[in-house]
Design a protein around this ligand. Structure first.
Ligand code: GRF
Length: 202
């Protein structure tokens, strides 16, 4: 299975997926890293890892549809079967999401359905939750609302700041995302009738 990773920034989750996919028993190949921002640090990192990269600058496209059509064409050209969003900071239209239904996953830095959207660590601290974490889910049109494939938790400890909490969560993200990608690519987790069907161990 040829996988594309969509990024907008530093690409640390991207790097963990690339690393995991190097393992000979990994059921997917990272075939493309696509950024909507020319200055995304992750692009350099992907190049260094020997992965094909592409920048499709959303600012160079008059409409969201136009931008997504360009991405969709590029994904087809690279024969991509599956998409991982990894810090990709553009909201996708229903058209694009439906086109890739069941074949596009995202990592979000909270225990969904808590804290959809941005500033998840700040909001977790404000709410006083004692357990926080990250979620990998199938992408559906509603933001951060898709069926959950995998989650990992971390404790919130006294004295935590947004940064210390983010640092604790990202360690889990880097372990969780490759596991989740493995599950969807080997068929252990599938999107069926709007829910995740697990075929083993559940
Ligand atoms: C991660 O926290 C991810 O959960 C969120 O955006 C951040 C991206 O970080 N969607 P990176 O670019 O993978 O380092």
């Amino acid at each position: 299975r040829r996988v594309a990773i969509l990024i907008s920034g530093r690409g640390s989750n991207m790097a963990s997926l690339i690393e995991a996919a190097r393992s000979p028993d990994f059921p997917a190949e990272i075939a493309l890293v696509l950024s909507n921002r020319p200055d995304a640090a992750g692009l350099e990192r992907a190049k260094e890892a020997g992965i094909a990269t592409l920048c499709i600058d959303h600012k160079a496209h008059p409409t969201r549809e136009d931008f997504e059509k360009a991405m969709d064409d590029a994904l087809k050209e690279h024969d991509i079967a599956f998409i991982c969003l990894a810090g990709f900071m553009r909201v996708l239209t229903d058209w694009f999401v439906e086109r890739w239904a069941g074949r596009m996953i995202n990592i979000h830095p909270s225990l969904l359905p808590l804290f959809r959207g941005t500033h998840t660590h700040r909001r977790a601290l404000e709410e006083g939750v004692l357990v926080h974490g990250c979620t990998v889910h199938f992408v559906v049109p509603e933001l951060d609302a898709g069926p959950i494939i995998a989650q990992a938790t971390v404790p919130v400890v006294p004295g935590d700041t947004e940064d210390t909490l983010a640092a604790r969560v990202i360690v889990q993200e880097h372990m969780l995302y490759p596991q989740a990608l493995r599950m969807v690519c080997d068929g252990t987790a599938r999107l069926e009738n709007g829910k995740v069907a697990f075929s083993r161990g559940w």
